[in-house]
Design a protein around this ligand. Structure first.
Ligand code: GLC
Ligand code: CA
Length: 539
């Protein structure tokens, strides 16, 4: 057992635009985060991950960066950032940033220069072709956009405002290393790496298998490309090895075997990777014709188990049920029931790997009751809406699909109070505030010893008290049970047994003898789990 800080930490993800607004313009900001650091400390988390706060035209909410060394004015200034970092460190916490280097904004000076001609100094910094292939963008439409000055097309697997950097070009890689060191020298504690398995492409650009929209799927040719591990090893040598960092990679579509190639200790690349496929499989998308499928719990937990045990072989995993790209977990799995929110807390805090909690998850925040296209802000949600309309879906069907995958569900303001705009802003929020702020909010949950928030605090504390919760190896129990997710975690003579009822019905389930250390009901029933019951027993 090799002890390391980031294996024992609990990470809290902040999507800055919706966390806390300090100046009444309706947009969350860095000073707003500073005001809430004591809340986070009290919650028991030790690392904060910030979604992108860099200069950006905000086409994809900051994942389109036009200057990596500036703060988007809506979030504040570089002085505010320095202050935030100091305040985080002063409280004994750490801060990691989002690293988005698969693409930049089309408004980044690098692209502005690159698009002017085929001969300028940055002509090969992006991916230019004379003819497009059939690839579609993940946000709708073609993945190629024509530029007159060059009579060529550039590649963007996301929006047309997110041109893909050409990692084959050495000068691009050097510019990225230099930018990373800029932040490293400021004293940040690591990076969450966006689309990190997409940096190396198949440069023969073969057509992809058509999606329901008719465009070809680029995925097999833009993920885990031939040079990806050369690039990451170079990144490690040039940057990561110089700092005591946590690095965690987003790797959409990766298998655990592929994941291990990124995070194996002997590989000198990254520290952790998200167990991505386990959550992504639950999304209706253009790839499956927006088909709605019920959650198959047996498949879900087997996939999670496959990841956790797969990464045990020399790597480390990152467990999550929510992020800014997903809907709220309690709406997805538990009909908005606070008991279910506590059960899901038990899942994410007692699985194997570093737990990632997304802002508001600790309150049991739910999906937003969207009723109309005009309420959506996310470019992907809007493009999915148009796609489904074209495919002949009714408005009701579209809204139903968006309840299962619309990213705006997780992007509504953090609910601090039951007051106007949930206490998020003194002005008018940039996106709808969930009307259930009346009952789901920090202020009332702080007063209620039985709240979801109180349960999170307790669960985080208990996780820290048990080495088995941090380092125990994972073993799935009753793997075909489609109602109950149960497992053990064992290390150094302690075994924790965890059982989580994913249904709103009683379920027959034997709990072994031992000392109960956590649960969302009083006591333990013999041979039965109550609706959404979660229990952790030390054996
Ligand atoms: C990642 C981010 C997502 C973003 C996309 C393009 O998947 O999590 O929010 O839209 O990359 O940068
Ligand atoms: Ca603001």
């Amino acid at each position: 057992m090799e002890r390391t800080w980031w294996k024992e930490d609990v990470v809290y993800q902040i999507w800055p635009r919706s966390f806390n607004d300090s100046n009444g313009d309706g947009i969350g900001d860095l000073n707003g985060i500073i005001q809430k650091l004591d809340y986070l400390k009290e919650l028991g988390i030790s690392v904060i991950w910030l979604n992108p706060i860099y200069q950006s035209p905000m086409d994809d909410m900051g994942y389109d960066i036009s200057d990596y060394r500036k703060i988007w004015p809506g979030f504040g200034t570089m002085e505010d950032f320095d202050q935030l970092l100091r305040e985080v460190h002063r409280r004994g916490m750490r801060l990691i940033m989002d690293l988005v280097v698969n693409h930049t904004s089309d408004e980044h000076p690098w692209f502005q220069e690159s698009k002017t001609s085929r001969t300028n100094g940055k002509a090969d910094w992006y991916i230019w072709r004379d003819e497009p292939n059939n690839w579609g963008s993940y946000f709708g439409g073609s993945a190629w956009t024509y530029v007159k000055e060059r009579s060529q097309y550039y590649l963007h697997t996301f929006s047309r405002k997110q041109p893909e950097l050409n990692w084959e070009c050495e000068a691009v890689r050097e510019a990225v290393w230099e930018m990373m060191r800029f932040w490293g020298d400021k004293g940040i504690d690591g990076f969450r790496m966006d689309v990190v398995n997409g940096l190396s492409k198949d440069t023969s650009f073969p057509d992809g298998k058509p999606w329901s929209t008719g465009f070809g799927d680029p995925t097999p040719y833009v993920k885990n490309g031939p040079k990806i591990h050369d690039y990451l090893r170079e990144m490690n040598q040039e940057v990561l090895s110089r700092y005591d960092w946590l690095t965690v990679g987003e790797g959409s579509g990766n298998t655990p075997e592929e994941g291990l190639l990124y995070v194996g200790r002997d590989r000198h690349e990254l520290d952790e990777c998200f167990i991505f496929t386990t959550m992504e499989a639950l999304k209706p998308s253009p790839a499956n014709g927006y088909r709605i499928e019920p959650v198959d719990l047996a498949a879900f937990k087997q996939e999670r188990a496959r990841w956790m045990t797969g990464l045990e072989r020399g790597g480390w995993s990152s467990c999550y049920l929510e992020n800014h790209d997903l809907v709220r977990s309690v709406s997805r799995f538990g009909k908005d029931d606070p008991l279910a929110a506590k059960m899901l807390a038990t899942v994410v805090l007692f699985e194997e790997g570093t737990p990632y909690i997304y802002m508001g998850e600790e309150l049991g925040m739910t999906n937003y009751p969207f009723t109309d296209k005009a309420q959506f802000r996310d470019l992907q949600g809007k493009s999915d809406w148009d796609n489904m309309e074209r495919l002949g879906f009714s408005k009701d069907q579209i809204l139903k699909v968006l309840q299962l995958q619309g990213r705006d569900n997780g992007r509504t303001p953090m609910q601090w109070t039951s007051g106007a705009e949930a206490g998020f802003t003194t002005g008018k929020s940039w996106i709808g505030v969930n009307p259930n702020k009346q009952t789901i909010n920090v202020k009332s949950e702080e007063k209620d010893p039985d709240s979801v928030l109180a349960f999170y605090k307790q669960a985080i504390r208990i996780r820290r008290q048990h080495l088995a919760a941090q380092y125990g190896s994972f073993s799935l129990v009753d793997k075909d049970n489609g109602q109950v997710y149960a497992w053990t975690r064992s290390v150094d003579g302690e075994t924790l047994f965890v059982a989580c009822n994913f249904t709103d019905q009683m379920q027959p389930f034997p709990i072994p003898e031992g000392k109960k250390v956590l649960g969302n009901y009083d006591g333990i029933l013999k041979g039965q789990l109550r609706p959404y019951e979660a229990v952790v027993v030390s054996c």
